[in-house]
Design a protein around this ligand. Structure first.
Ligand SMILES: Cc1cc2nc3c(=O)[nH]c(=O)nc-3n(C[C@H](O)[C@H](O)[C@H](O)COP(=O)(O)O)c2cc1C
Length: 179
């Protein structure tokens, strides 16, 4: 049994987890591919609850969000799932089935979105309403951040692999009950 709550009640502890190993971005209606993300925002835009994630085009997850227009953010409890976060942040769903490799399972979506990751404590099921491409706009980014996050890719002859920013409407926010 999951309980559906107002997203405002859940985001405090989730924001803390972003800098403590990250959270999981679930994409792929059929594939269910977990990817570790460290950048995510929750808030209110267009008078509705919105969750924003930033995904580089080189990620397999990027292709899946583009195809389905859906994603779910699953947030582990404090100190939990560190090994899985490490694996899902260094392996691509293009090459491996991360659910199988990490012995992970999913729980059914509550609002028609992507299934959430079992074992996490809080989930945000989202539908993409809007996206912004950083491509072409990198000169607008402050020099320090541009150098830190995009220079290596630019020097390698690419365009910096700049993120797509996805704005997802939070369809449901829920908590897994303690076992
Ligand atoms: C702590 C951590 C945070 C990360 N945050 C992001 C992120 O916010 N956006 C992103 O595109 N990649 C991020 N990555 C990199 C992806 O998780 C990694 O490239 C992954 O293998 C891509 O998986 P996929 O190809 O199955 O989508 C992060 C990796 C780690 C370890």
């Amino acid at each position: 049994m999951t309980s559906i709550l107002a997203y405002e009640e859940l985001i405090g502890s989730c924001a803390l987890q972003l800098s403590k190993g990250g959270v999981f971005l679930m994409t792929g209606l059929a594939e269910k591919n977990p990817m570790t993300i460290g950048w995510c925002q929750w808030g209110r835009i267009w008078n509705i609850p919105i969750c924003t994630v930033l995904v580089r085009p080189s990620r397999h997850s990027h292709r899946l969000i583009e195809r389905d227009g859906l994603f779910t953010v699953s947030v582990p409890g404090e100190g939990a799932m560190k090994k899985e976060l490490g694996y899902c942040g260094t392996h691509s769903g293009r090459d491996v089935n991360k659910l199988i490799e990490c012995n992970l399972a999913t729980i059914p979506a509550q609002a028609g979105g992507i299934d959430a990751l079992l074992g996490c404590s809080i989930h945000f099921e989202c539908r993409v309403l809007f996206k912004l491409e950083m491509a072409g706009n990198l000169p607008l980014l402050a020099g320090e951040q541009r150098a830190q996050f995009y220079t290596v890719e630019e020097q390698a002859g690419g365009d910096g692999d700049p993120h797509t920013v996805y704005y997802g409407r939070i369809l449901a926010a829920y908590k897994e009950p303690e076992a």
